[in-house]
Design a protein around this ligand. Structure first.
Ligand code: TRP
Length: 459
């Protein structure tokens, strides 16, 4: 890319402080970032939120937000990491000056808060996997609910949370290339294949059409302006892409100067959305064809853990195999995601205090283990943490990212992208989208989400 125009003079050349670690290739970065995006949010969150009544309106809003809001913010997040070379704690300060320093702390707090309950969900997933493989599937919804009640809180849930968090720590301690990248390189393709196989199997079920129709295709225009649907679409989009807490920012600091960020961001967003839709094409046919619909629309976070195994139980050995595959896949997807969340505080401690990776990892794991106790002991606490950390605070982090690169430091956005060979029209369009579409839409989405949440809390 020797033809790339030189950065404008208002831009300070990136400092020497860049970390020594690097992805082995651009593809390694894309896979790790897609691995971070594809997770329980796609397999479970998408179905859970789509079934809360939005139907096709939810799907449409979701796709729109992903394209118009998440994509520019994701590019901004990658640029912020690569151009500063600093961790999520210090990058806002480096790019925007002192006033932006608190944003670094917000990222740390939100990433730790999300990981605290995410690892509880991972624990449920792992427990359900063992159950499907070693014991049997529940025969009735009532049995499944009793079983889920037993594993989703108390000792089992705490144990699952601790084991999942420790596994995440092991991968992150192994480092960028030999830990995170290696895991995503085999995990992500495997997940794609498994999911494709399951979607084909589900398409042949007797109630498949009804499943697509009820949950994904049912059209109700009034849902487009329903506050709950809007909140669900915003939080699902940001949570699923995984932008807004600095996780991808951290990954961006290990990225080569020359790689083309917009193309990579588009690939990641495309893969993540494909997986979410594919997962919907597994879940809903299963739910409809085994008559589990009533349970699902009265949805709480646990529904899929209850409905899917129950539906599959009637299929004998094949059902058990499918359930085992589904939960194994979910666990792989979850761990390639949880590592990106842990990387936020870990890279920050390394960057700020010069700690070794191992020391930073185990200190963070210890703190997050404690933060995860309330959601492990109580499902309602988990839902509350999801609404706060994975909802309102995540959107605030995304809004701040859009303001920082769109309005406070647009020269940095320009220089980094032009310097890595992106065409000027594309950079201009992305910056415009960041300033005029992403930032206002996020402001509005955040306001509506807060109102909806407060309204629900009061009601
Ligand atoms: N995107 C992941 C999922 O869908 C979860 C995740 C990973 C995440 N990194 C994140 C969510 C950063 C918010 C912010 O399961």
């Amino acid at each position: 890319m020797s033809m790339a125009p030189p950065p404008p003079p208002s831009y300070e050349a990136p400092e020497q402080g860049r970390p020594a670690e690097r992805w082995s290739s651009t593809m390694g970065f894309v896979l790790a970032t897609a691995g971070s995006a594809v997770g329980l949010g796609n397999l479970w969150g998408f179905a859970y939120r789509a079934s809360q009544g939005g139907g096709a309106a939810f799907v449409l809003l979701y796709l729109l937000i992903v394209l118009v809001v998440c994509l520019p913010v994701l590019v901004a997040e990658m640029v912020l990491g690569r151009s500063t070379g600093h961790s999520p704690l210090l990058a806002p300060l480096t790019a925007g000056g002192r006033r932006w320093a608190p944003l670094g702390w917000l990222y740390l707090l939100v990433a730790a808060g999300i990981l605290a309950y995410y690892s509880v969900l991972m624990g449920w997933t792992g427990r359900s996997l063992l159950h499907a493989l070693l014991e049997s599937l529940p025969a009735t919804m009532a049995e499944a609910e009793a079983y889920f009640g037993a594993i989703s809180s108390g000792g089992d849930a705490v144990l699952g949370h601790l084991i999942s968090l420790a596994l995440t720590g092991v991968v992150v301690a192994a480092g960028i290339r030999s830990g995170i990248e290696r895991l995503s390189r085999w995990g992500l393709p495997l997940l794609f294949l498994l999911l494709l196989g399951l979607a084909i199997w589900a398409a042949g079920l007797p109630g498949a059409r009804e499943g697509y129709a009820t949950f994904l295709l049912r059209w109700d225009a009034s849902k487009l302006i329903d506050p709950t649907t809007i909140r669900n679409a915003f939080t699902q989009a940001f949570f699923s892409i995984g932008t807004g807490v600095g996780a991808i920012l951290a990954y961006g600091t290990y990225l080569d100067r020359r790689s083309a960020i917009p193309a990579e961001a588009a690939l990641v967003v495309g893969m993540d959305t494909a997986v979410a839709l594919m997962a919907g094409c597994v879940t809903f046919p299963v739910v409809a064809s085994f008559g589990l619909g009533a349970g699902v629309s009265g949805s709480t976070v646990g529904t899929l853990f209850i409905a899917l195994p129950t539906g599959l139980a009637s299929q004998g050995a094949i059902g058990r195999l499918v359930a085992g595959l589904f939960f194994a896949l979910a666990f792989i997807a979850a761990i390639t995601s949880s590592v990106s969340l842990l990387e936020v505080p870990v890279s920050s401690l390394i960057d700020r205090f010069g700690w070794s990776r191992g020391r930073a990892v185990w200190l963070c794991v210890a703190v997050i283990a404690v933060l995860g106790l309330p959601p492990a002991l109580n499902v309602a606490a988990l839902e509350r943490m999801d609404a706060i950390f994975g909802g309102v605070l995540l959107l605030s982090g995304g809004l701040a990212m859009a303001l920082l690169l769109g309005w406070q430091a647009p020269a940095r956005f320009h220089a980094d992208l032009l310097g890595s060979g992106s065409p000027p029209w594309l950079v201009g369009a992305l910056l415009w989208a960041l300033r005029w579409l992403a930032a206002p839409a996020l402001g509005l989405g955040l306001a509506m989400s807060s109102f909806d949440l407060i309204g629900r809390g009061a009601g």
